[in-house]
Design a protein around this ligand. Structure first.
Ligand code: NI
Length: 404
């Protein structure tokens, strides 16, 4: 421990009331991706009340704050995302969304509040910091092309040695944190297929090329990519999530649109899948006399946690919370996260803060209209970041010194 654990706990306790208050304010005022104007202003204003921070706007709705310690050392970046989702909130607590049709249903309100709390604590401890802490309040995690890449392009990662991010996580019960090296979150790619048939009367199918019947075969045949064309030890999801065709019960529609997502970790598999899909689309449409268009778009890169930084963070978390509260198994999922954009510029790790609590009825999954987090997770997040900063700056600093 780079700094006395008791002193850190005392400092963290100083924000015990601020963080839930900030989170509730943000929860009541959610904003959609790329439109986080009031949120960014709130973060900006709040950061300016903490001494020693240099606050800037890398993009219109993102905020960065730099905190230089008394001594020179490595640079660690901490990231929180700030955007909400187009969901109508069904919670009835007093801080429920006041912005109709928009809701913090993923916990990004909590991420922002946790990072504000972390900034306040570290601002008070800057005399003890050996290095720089860079706080990245990111816009637009939920909507491709994402805010992370824009912030990277704006130069926020210049000179950064390591990067940490976290997500409040419902599948983990409150009081625990999850951290694991290697693949954590998948690459979320998307596709759009249009089957071009020939429309006509439903009573005369022989005079048409039925785009619905061909499209239905494409839906089922695409599963062969997963089941028969790729290594079962390589995780892969192919899902058609939207199938649009037709206008009436007596018309065979001339075209059908199929939209969906592909999730993977392995970069080679990610390259292999689109041609395998197109081969099926091409074969099936040809067999039935239809035409097609096939569009494929790569989404965020997968989140792959760096071995060394993850080990350092795990050791810090174990020291802070005890080994029984640090989970390492079963964390990976096929969800996506643009935190990966920051990981292209510096080794980093993305960890999970348990936020579920069945005893309090906090059970609804991310992106659900009744989603909420157990606020007991918030101080844990602050502690994890504050301790992590001291421990990782010390580790990275010692490694840099040894390399000289
Ligand atoms: Ni999220």
């Amino acid at each position: 421990m780079a700094k006395d654990a008791g002193a850190l706990a005392t400092a963290a306790a100083a924000v015990q009331e601020d963080v839930p208050r900030w989170r509730r304010h943000l929860h009541a005022h959610p904003e959609l991706s790329f439109h986080e104007e009031a949120t960014a202003q709130f973060v900006d204003d709040t950061l300016r009340t903490f001494p020693g921070l240099e606050v800037s706007r890398p993009t219109r709705t993102s905020v960065m704050a730099r905190l230089s310690g008394a001594a020179h050392g490595p640079v660690i970046a901490l990231r929180a995302d700030m955007d909400a989702l187009p969901i109508t909130e069904e919670n009835d607590f007093e801080f429920a969304s006041t912005n109709p049709g928009v809701m913090h249903a993923c916990g990004h309100d909590g991420h922002t509040a946790i990072l504000l709390g972390t900034a306040k604590v570290l601002s008070g401890l800057r005399q003890d910091l050996k290095g720089e802490v860079r706080f990245l309040f990111q816009h637009a995690e939920e909507l491709f092309p994402g805010g992370a890449q824009q912030m990277v392009d704006a130069g926020v990662m210049e000179g950064v040695d390591l990067v940490l991010g976290a997500h409040l996580w419902m599948p983990i019960e409150v009081g625990k944190v999850g951290v694991a090296a290697g693949p954590l979150l998948a690459a979320p790619d998307t596709f759009r297929i249009v089957v071009q048939g020939r429309g006509g009367h439903a009573a005369q199918p022989h005079l048409t090329v039925d785009s619905v019947a061909v499209g239905a075969q494409i839906v089922t045949n695409l599963q062969h990519v997963v089941a028969r064309c790729t290594d079962p030890f390589d995780p892969l999801v192919v899902s058609v999530t939207k199938f649009i065709a037709g206008t009436a019960d007596n018309i065979i529609p001339g075209s059908a649109e199929l939209v969906g997502t592909v999730r993977s970790f392995n970069p080679q598999l990610r390259k292999d899948v689109p041609p395998l899909m197109e081969r099926i689309v091409k074969g099936l449409t040809e067999a039935h006399g239809a035409g097609y268009t096939f569009e494929y778009r790569n989404g965020y890169r997968p989140v792959i946690n760096d071995e060394k930084v993850t080990r350092w963070l795990r050791e810090s978390l174990v020291e802070t919370f005890g080994p029984e509260r640090v989970v390492a198994e079963g964390l990976a999922s096929m969800g996506g996260e643009d935190f990966s954009a920051f990981q292209t510029k510096a080794p980093g790790t993305f960890f999970l803060i348990g936020a579920g609590n069945p005893a309090k009825g906090i059970v609804h999954p991310h992106h659900h209209p009744r989603f909420t987090v157990d606020e007991d997770a918030l101080p844990m997040g602050v502690q994890a970041f504050v301790h992590g900063v001291f421990d990782l700056l010390e580790r990275a600093g010692a490694e840099k010194a040894a390399a000289l």
